[in-house]
Design a protein around this ligand. Structure first.
Ligand code: PA5
Length: 401
């Protein structure tokens, strides 16, 4: 369950008359989500069919009992969502087997050298994820990992050890599936990378990490009721921007949500940051970052607003000194920092989940996906492309040719 407080530490900034300017546009966007061209964003089948979900669950059992290391290859939206959910919901120590390694997010030889050495003597299953099937980093990672795997496994064995998640019809990876008979999953055509956490792109690695993907999806479904809230939050962000708050900090008070803020940065940056428009997303993990960026938020240039994701209930750790639970102290910190930042001209939107689990994380994911799309529509940019990303890809490939 998510709770919203867009008033306590933001009220001075958002006036009724500001909001009323958005009424027509908000109504039109809502209609598009409820019965128009955006309707598919609020349907479970858009992200994963029940057949694929079953296949994911079955495949997970196989993977978990047949490898030491599960390598997930992908970049951007092809890995960020699963990394965020796995970090958010896994224990810090004594993680479940197999070990999950993410690869294909850089071109750093030290990273590859050490990883390839590490997997040499391990039983490996690889899941390469690329919607286009042509992205440079994952394709390099895949070829390097395959070199190691071909030393260890026969062509026949590889059919059980290579899993490809890609476009249903086209691209190099789909051709490879057709040629070699590797197991494959599909990225639904209308769902771009950064929106694909709840498709097989994110769900398979998340399930392999021992996280209940059915509950994650059930949580996302709860958010289908939240179109109004997503529109309200997107409108508030836009008003903040127009009042000079051109940077949004996604702030959390649980370090396990660090990658969730990375996913948010990617989601909002690629969805809205185009045509010289958009809010720059940054992130803070508090209370750690109160001792770095916190100074800027309090007293620096007044160009930032915060969206804080709080968690109501947490594990019990008694703090005798103050006769309270540590989590109560963390919540006091969240509240008082909100007040301090508000006094320092940095307003806060507060989004609280009752506890951190599969349902609430699924609900947050879908809620933020809706918000990012609405935010792009409010500033008249296409939410679904990322032409700037194509630009660097083009320049590198021209150099390689
Ligand atoms: O959100 C997006 O579309 C991007 O971040 C892509 O996920 C990223 O560029 C990787 O693309 P692909 O899955 O085609 O390799």
């Amino acid at each position: 369950m998510i709770n919203f407080d867009f008033h306590k530490y933001a009220s001075n900034y958002i006036k009724k008359e500001d909001k009323s300017l958005y009424l027509d546009k908000a109504r039109e966007i809502k209609k598009r989500f409820l019965e128009g061209d955006l309707k598919y964003w609020n349907k479970l089948d858009t992200f994963v069919s029940s057949q694929e979900l079953k296949k994911i669950v079955n495949m997970t059992d196989y993977i978990r009992s047949n490898c030491d290391v599960f390598i997930v290859i992908g970049i951007g939206g092809s890995y960020m969502g699963s990394k965020a959910v796995i970090e958010a919901l896994s224990p810090m120590y004594n993680k479940k087997k197999p070990e999950i390694i993410f690869l294909g997010t850089d071109l750093c030889s030290e990273d590859y050298y050490e990883t390839l050495e590490y997997i040499k003597d391990k039983d490996v299953i690889v899941n390469v994820i690329s919607k286009s099937g042509t992205t440079l980093e994952p394709s390099i990672a895949f070829s390097l990992v395959m070199d190691v795997m071909k030393e260890k496994y026969s062509e026949e064995d590889l059919k059980d050890r290579v899993i490809i998640t890609t476009d249903p019809e086209k691209g190099d990876l789909r051709e490879l599936v057709n040629l070699k008979g590797y197991v494959s999953f599909t990225v639904p055509e209308q769902v771009g990378g950064r929106f694909s956490c709840l498709t097989p792109v994110g769900l398979l690695p998340i399930a392999v990490a021992g996280i209940n993907v059915v509950k994650l999806i059930e949580g996302a479904r709860l958010s289908y009721e939240r179109v109004d809230r997503a529109i309200e939050y997107a409108v508030i962000r836009d008003i903040m921007f127009k009042k000079g708050k051109i940077i949004e900090s996604f702030t959390v008070y649980n370090p396990k949500l660090y990658y969730f803020t990375e996913w948010l940065k990617q989601l909002f940056a690629e969805t809205q940051g185009k045509d010289n428009k958009g809010i720059l997303p940054i992130s803070c993990v508090n209370t750690r970052d109160l001792h770095s960026l916190g100074q800027f938020l309090q007293e620096g240039n007044d160009i930032i607003f915060e969206t804080v994701i709080g968690i109501d209930k947490d594990k019990k750790v008694a703090l005798e000194k103050y006769d309270m639970e540590l989590n109560s102290l963390n919540k006091i910190a969240l509240d008082k920092v909100g007040l301090a930042h508000f006094n320092g001209h940095t307003p806060t939107n507060l989004i609280t989940i009752d506890e951190k689990n599969e349902e609430t994380i699924g609900e947050l994911i879908h809620f933020f996906i809706l918000t990012a799309i609405v935010g792009a529509l409010l500033i008249d940019v296409n939410p679904f492309d990322q032409p700037g990303v194509q630009e660097y890809k083009k320049l590198i490939s021209e150099e390689l040719e």
